[in-house]
Design a protein around this ligand. Structure first.
Ligand code: ADE
Ligand code: ZN
Length: 338
């Protein structure tokens, strides 16, 4: 990495908003082993090193298989608390000031972990992270798109007693063959409850899935969205609609959405006026938290200091926060850029 000291310092100093982070994707192998020992759960690996060696993915599904297997060690309130607290401690080092956490309840409720345990553990860590680090955060419940819409509707029902803890709903898991159109009813229902809407689209799936997410699900942000440039008219629409894309460059590299970070279209989209942001997705699996994603992208694509500030501003404006908090974060970004 040959990033110059000026951009290196700027990246560290920028107050960051993380909008695409799966909390289960922050499960580091060390914690996986300690929780497996605590619960007497068997892992298909002999050591932490062996787990890390297995993190050699060839596509999204090869990653998801390991990610869902890892989730099995998350069983009680303390596990969810510890997972989230470890993330906040790491994120604080990268100067994250606000984070909107995705979580996948269906992976846990299918193992009879109650919604109360999942949301309660995360909520308590979010509360303590605010007290300890000043980080604000919120939760986005993601539906697993490889499961049925009926399953998603039941999950939403189970989560409604915790409505106050949620800022929105999202859509994740294996994209190919599971178009956004499959989830129109559950997204409409979530909207009736005043929840914000986002969806993974255009990661491995085609640009048409991005259109579906916007036109049929009525999402306010697209997660990933990097395949939008297969449809130049869509790119123009994203600019006109000021539709944020929560891009995760190191994830795209690890899951072979791109062969080399220097071939990533992030800079091209930014320079075309798309509201792109930088995020970490599943940092324990992809080898870099948000700061590392900023550094690697800046280095590979020669992002200027001015562009890095714009990326941080884009994230502030795309956050599901009250206007006054967005304005004060925007002022903090501006101050760090001087
Ligand atoms: N779940 C966790 N990470 C994901 C990703 N990058 N795409 C889809 N589903 C996910
Ligand atoms: Zn994701």
């Amino acid at each position: 990495m040959t990033l110059d000291p000026t951009r290196e310092r700027l990246i560290q100093a920028l107050p960051k908003v993380e909008l695409h982070l799966h909390i289960e994707g922050t499960l580091e192998p060390e914690m996986m082993f300690s929780l497996a020992a605590k619960h007497g759960a068997k892992l298909p690996y002999a050591s932490v090193d062996e787990v890390r060696r297995a993190y050699n993915f060839h596509d999204l599904q090869s990653f998801l298989d390991l990610y869902y297997a890892g989730c099995d060690v998350l069983r009680d309130h303390k596990d969810f608390y510890a997972l989230a607290m470890q993330y906040f401690t790491r994120a604080h080092c990268d100067n994250v000031v606000h984070a909107e956490l995705f979580f996948d309840p269906q992976t846990h409720t299918a193992r009879n972990v109650p919604m109360e345990v999942i949301i309660g553990g995360l909520r308590d860590a979010m509360h303590d992270a605010h007290k300890r680090y000043g980080i604000t955060s919120s939760l986005i419940l993601c539906f697993l798109r490889h499961l049925s819409e009926e399953d998603a509707l039941e999950t939403l029902e189970m989560a409604l007693p915790y409505r106050a803890e949620l800022v929105g709903v999202g859509l994740d898991s294996g994209e190919k063959g599971n178009p956004p159109s499959k989830f129109q009813r559950v997204f409409a229902k979530a909207k009736e409850h005043g929840l914000h809407l986002v969806a993974h689209a255009g990661e491995e799936g085609p640009a048409g899935y991005i259109r579906e997410a916007i036109d049929l699900l009525r999402v306010e942000r697209i997660d990933h969205g990097v395949r939008c440039d297969e449809d130049p008219a869509l790119v123009k629409e994203l600019v006109a609609k000021r539709m944020p894309l929560t891009v995760c460059p190191l994830s795209n590299l690890k899951l072979r959405v791109v062969k080399d970070l220097r071939e990533h279209n992030f800079a091209k989209l930014l320079r075309a006026g798309v509201h792109v942001t930088i995020n970490s997705d599943d940092p324990a699996y992809f080898g870099g938290y948000i700061g590392e994603n900023y550094r690697a992208t800046a280095d590979a694509l020669d992002l200027t200091a001015h562009e890095l500030v714009r990326v941080a501003e884009n994230a502030v404006h795309a956050a599901f926060l009250p206007e006054d908090q967005r304005l004060s974060l925007a002022a903090a970004v501006h101050k760090a850029s001087r």
